[in-house]
Design a protein around this ligand. Structure first.
Ligand SMILES: NC(N)=O
Length: 681
């Protein structure tokens, strides 16, 4: 590589400095939560599902943060450089409907498994330990490949930008996250996620607008004319243009991305956990809001930064002029760092390093907390020590966070030395991560899916998907190697087979040996109570909300009670503990009839919205534009202007709105702090 954009001191300084800063923020947040909000991360219910009391704004920001990987900004800009304006749209459409589907499944889970902690817990409840084992494996494979390839992509980016050794980057990036996640648990990561999202979105909008208005770009018109003047010919695009939606490679990439991303949401218990953690009336609005605003990130950043790379690469303003980017540099995501360094200087490139850190750490924190709850609940509490106290489970969770973080660093280093690129894992991952999706959804949605179907269909789906992928790679590539196994079409057909065939297998097997499940069985999953210590007894959802107001000072009461009186959404009963065995007639739902009616209403909204989202983002938006058409200047102007407005809407939704939504809690904290400080004086 010709020039290093920043030096190693920038790399080490930012990664270590920000890790320490976020550890301090988490320590402060844990103290504040415990002291003024009566939320104790030393209880499992709080550590894993934040007492199921997180509101719409904070849930939206946390889901957005976990879902906004460096892919959508830095890598999307690089792929837009490769294939033009079509790519960000296919990227955006490959990000949205999965979150809309999760909204639907999350609200169904609130109804059917109101006290679940992980998605695997209800697999075990319904199908027993063999199915549970298979789904633990599928979840871990999905999580390890998703998170590992993200750490590697981030580390390669940091190495490309600063010259830091890639192994040091693979270790340091997850190190700080592991420490603060182990200390704070899920609710604490909601808070760091919020800070990450706010900083990342502000930086992204600043980068886009500063690049667009830079004198060497010249606004939207300048960008359009310069891209045309660069006269790059893109193989597979209509007339080789960067300014057409008819791009074969972008479409195939977008389709593979859809399957890969579906697995990253549904087979990652973190997205389920965030829905378990949020209030009954918050799940659907929060997830659906995210599904709308997430479109902005690839659309705005990808289009402006990716095309700007093409616009200036052959001019003297280019940082590495007269060298053009190599394919390896593009695949490592270095388009955005080069564009920012060329047009905005070293300060902006340092800002990008901060953004990369923010985006990766929120992905990693969500991944480690998900795996730690699989280890502590799905493995330890299920098979090693069923009578484990709350404190013991928490301890195992903490070690799970640390162990998984260390493992992920090692896994990313292994991928680096095995020569696997982000490109290869993009095509490989959906094939191994998709087979469990349909059987998992049917566990919650179809009472007739049988135990044999749940166990066999993912295995058969995996075999079918891998068979199609390798068979077609051999047929069309002439051999089986790392090159032929990342050709687009075999990867796409393999992913389609892995995703859809388990649905077919499941239905066939279920109909051959039919049986029916009684949904009331799921109500036997209950809260983790600490019988060893009455003082740490876990509050019910109702208790937890009231606790926000009741603690320490009678003056604090009434904040959320007004809200509860308005919506009446919380069950009138306190923690119900249903018998683990015996007649199902003795089992009662923990929510009131009114709350259940409300959940059903949200479920219907979520189902309608999911269908609408799928129709708009996958069909009505991109498909009519797939034709012999090159964007005119006026169309391009409108296109980019809407993308920028959408980005501002995203900021309002996940940065400004959570503050408004959480104003009562913020007020409670401020009043607590000022009262305490006042009494000290
Ligand atoms: N958000 C993702 N998976 O790019």
């Amino acid at each position: 590589m010709a020039e290093v954009l920043l030096n190693q001191a920038h790399g080490y300084g930012i990664i270590i400095g920000l890790s320490v800063l976020f550890c301090l923020i988490i320590l402060a947040a844990v103290r504040v939560q415990k002291r003024y909000l009566s939320e104790d991360s030393e209880q499992s219910e709080m550590f894993m599902v934040a007492n199921r009391s997180v509101g719409t704004g904070l849930t939206a920001s946390a889901v957005f943060s976990s879902w906004m990987w460096i892919n959508e900004s830095v890598i999307c800009a690089a792929y837009t450089y490769k294939w033009g304006v079509a790519l960000p749209i296919w990227w955006a459409s490959g990000l949205s409907f999965q979150i809309a589907l999760m909204a639907l499944l999350g609200i169904v889970a609130k109804l059917r498994v109101p006290y679940a902690h992980t998605s695997l817990e209800f697999i075990r409840m319904r199908y027993g330990k063999y199915a549970h084992g298979i789904f633990i494996l599928l979840n871990l494979v999905n999580n390890i490949f998703g998170c590992g390839s993200m750490i590697l992509a981030g580390a390669q980016l940091v190495t490309g930008m600063t010259g830091m050794h890639v192994v040091a980057a693979c270790i340091l990036i997850p190190a700080g996250v592991v420490i603060y996640t182990a200390v704070g648990g899920l609710k604490a990561t909601f808070i760091t996620d919020y800070i990450h999202t706010a900083i990342a979105l502000i930086l992204l909008i600043y980068f886009s607008l500063s690049v667009l208005t830079n004198e060497h770009i010249g606004g939207i018109s300048g960008l359009y004319h310069k891209v045309k003047a660069a006269d790059d010919y893109i193989d597979g695009n209509y007339q080789g243009s960067l300014l057409t939606m008819k791009s074969r490679h972008a479409v195939f990439f977008g389709l593979v991305l859809k399957f890969g991303n579906l697995a990253l949401v549904l087979m990652d218990t973190a997205f389920w956990q965030k829905s378990f953690a949020s209030e009954v009336e918050s799940v659907v609005p929060a997830y659906d809001l995210v599904s709308v605003v997430i479109l902005a990130v690839p659309w705005c950043t990808g289009t402006i930064i990716g095309l700007s790379g093409r616009a200036i690469e052959k001019t003297p303003i280019w940082f590495d002029y007269p060298n053009l980017l190599t394919e390896k540099q593009v695949n490592s995501g270095l388009v955005m760092p080069y564009v920012l360094r060329s047009l905005l200087g070293q300060g902006a490139t340092t800002g990008l390093l901060v953004l990369v850190f923010m985006a990766i750490t929120s992905t990693v924190s969500s991944s480690v907390i998900a795996v730690s709850s699989i280890i502590s609940l799905d493995f330890y509490r299920s098979y090693i020590n069923p009578k484990a106290s709350d404190r013991k489970i928490l301890k195992v969770s903490h070690w799970g966070v640390v162990g998984h973080g260390a493992f992920m660093a090692g896994f990313a280093i292994m991928l680096q030395y095995a020569g696997a690129t982000n490109n290869w894992t993009t095509y490989f991952r959906p094939i191994i991560a998709c087979p469990g999706i349909f059987p998992l959804m049917l566990t919650l949605l179809w009472s007739r899916q049988t135990k044999a179907a749940a166990i066999l269909s993912p295995i058969l789906g995996l075999i079918s998907g891998v068979g199609v992928w390798l068979g077609l790679s051999y047929l069309w590539g002439g051999a089986l190697n790392i090159q032929t196994t990342q050709i687009q079409l075999p990867g796409l057909y393999g992913a389609i087979t892995s995703f859809f065939s388990p649905a077919l297998y499941s239905v066939i097997i279920s109909l051959i040996w039919p049986s029916q499940f009684d949904w009331r069985e799921f109500l036997r999953i209950d809260l983790i109570e600490d019988s060893s210590s009455p003082s740490t007894s876990v509050p019910s959802p109702q208790d937890s909300k009231e606790d926000v107001n009741k603690i320490s000072d009678p003056a604090f009461t009434g904040v959320n009670e007004k809200h509860e009186a308005k919506t009446g959404l919380v069950s009138p009963v306190s923690s119900i503990s249903n018998p683990r065995s015996g007649s199902l007639d003795d089992v009662t739902h923990p929510f009131s009839d009114q709350t259940i009616r409300h959940i059903k209403k949200w479920r219907n909204y979520a189902a309608c919205y999911f269908v609408l989202n799928l129709l708009v983002t996958v069909v009505l938006w991109p498909v009519p534009l797939y034709r012999d058409y090159i964007f005119t200047l006026s169309f391009f102007k409108g296109w980019v202007a809407v993308a920028i407005l959408w980005h501002f809407a995203a900021m309002m939704a996940v940065v400004v709105y959570p503050i408004w939504d959480g104003r009562h809690v913020i007020d409670t904290v401020f009043r607590g702090v000022s009262k305490e400080w006042g009494s000290k004086k």
